[in-house]
Design a binder for this molecule. Structure first.
Ligand code: CP3
Length: 342
């Protein structure tokens, strides 16, 4: 595939680029009024995710409206448990709920390793998006990291502490490893199908990494992330493990290309731990975007200076919040483009 703008792919490979590429986690959906229109047309979240034409439309909106250097496919990390037989419902104003949780060896009989054909609505959406993007920018595919998916499948809903999921790691590690292994196998096949459909790079979201101790993280999350990185040889892989500052040195030795940083992590310190040859991604505090465009511009310049020592993909330190003013988002993207070129 020939891209008219392949800055993000070159930065991910560690090559020098004429300016820093920029995109935002959770850019598809949430902030744009144009998204909310399509969302209303679809009726509910799951229908939107499972209708390739509509998913492609909201995936491309941020490229058209915000001028980001990559699209990320509109979907959700929870499609993997769904395909495995642990279905979710997206409850308005509350978030995901799983009517049936998986908490024991006996519960494993209710689920299976997902086959990518069960997620054809995602690969169809990817193929359609790539066709409609027509080489303007690359498309990012994604999946949840196995521990974060485990957390939702066991807990059954969002949680501040995920104490049920954590309890199982301590109380029944053998079950935990079996479920994590099934999620890992499902995820590898799913990511390979996304790449075959046209995803030019992929990101793993370990949103709940920060609730584990360093030792637990290594045992129940890191090993599976490493296994996925080793299996995905076709395109660059990004690991974003929120709150897992203690795993940065390990990530430096994983067969991935890019390590995403949350806003709690100092970029220069992370660079020392991760090493010279990987690309770093991040890490402006999404809350910074509530400030005026002038303040956002200044903060973005500061952030870029902090990453100056090596290859960088500009992003936020976590997903953009739904009520963020679009003008400040635009100021962030413009500031990356003009300042990093100068
Ligand atoms: O990045 C993108 O723009 C692509 C789309 C995307 C969504 N979810 C769409 C979505 C991505 C990459 C995700 C990942 C995701 N989903 C994560 C990991 C990223 C992170 O923020 O840490 C997690 C933990 C989930 C699970 C999930 N999905 C929750 C907890 C919720 C409810 C709260 C929320 O975030 O809004 C969702 C729903 C969801 N996924 C929405 C969108 C646009 C909002 C639903 C709506 O429009 O009604």
């Amino acid at each position: 595939m020939n891209y008219r703008n392949d800055l993000i792919l070159r930065a991910a490979r560690g090559e020098k680029t004429e300016r820093t590429p920029v995109w935002m986690m959770r850019q598809a959906g949430r902030i744009l009024p144009e998204y909310r229109e399509v969302r209303a047309q679809a009726g509910d979240f799951k229908t939107l995710v499972e209708t390739p034409e509509l998913a492609a439309e909201v995936t491309i909106q941020p490229v058209d409206i915000l001028g980001v250097d990559a699209a990320i496919i509109f979907s959700d990390i929870l499609v993997i448990p769904d395909a495995m037989g642990c279905t979710y419902e997206m409850v308005e104003a509350r978030g995901p709920v799983f009517p049936q949780t998986i908490r024991s060896e006996a519960d494993l009989k209710q689920i299976h390793i997902a086959d990518p054909t069960e997620l054809q609505y995602v690969t169809d959406a990817i193929a359609l998006t790539v066709k409609q993007l027509d080489g303007r920018v690359p498309l990012i595919g994604f999946a949840g990291a196995p521990f974060t998916i485990f957390a939702y499948m066991t807990e059954g809903k969002g949680s501040k502490t995920f104490s049920i999921a954590k309890k199982l790691l301590y109380a029944d590690p053998s079950f935990a490893h079996k479920l994590l292994g099934m999620i890992t196998q499902s995820t590898i096949a799913y990511l390979k199908a996304q790449i075959a459909a046209g995803a030019a790079m992929v990101q793993l979201f370990d949103s709940w990494a920060g609730i584990l101790s360093p030792a637990q993280y290594r045992e129940f999350s890191g090993v599976y992330i490493r296994e996925i990185c080793a299996a995905i040889t076709e395109v660059p892989v990004t690991i974003f493990a929120k709150g897992a500052w203690f795993a940065l040195e390990d990530f430096g030795g994983y067969p991935c290309r890019t390590v995403g940083l949350d806003w709690n992590t100092d970029p220069a310190w992370a660079r020392q731990l991760v090493g010279k040859d990987k690309t770093l991604q991040g890490n402006l505090d999404p809350c910074q975007l509530y400030a005026s465009p002038e303040l956002v511009t200044a903060a973005t310049h500061q952030m870029l200076d902090q990453f100056a020592g090596g290859p960088h993909i500009a992003n936020l330190g976590h997903g953009v919040y739904p009520d963020t003013p679009v003008d400040s988002v635009k100021a962030f993207i413009e500031a990356v483009k003009s300042y990093s070129k100068a």
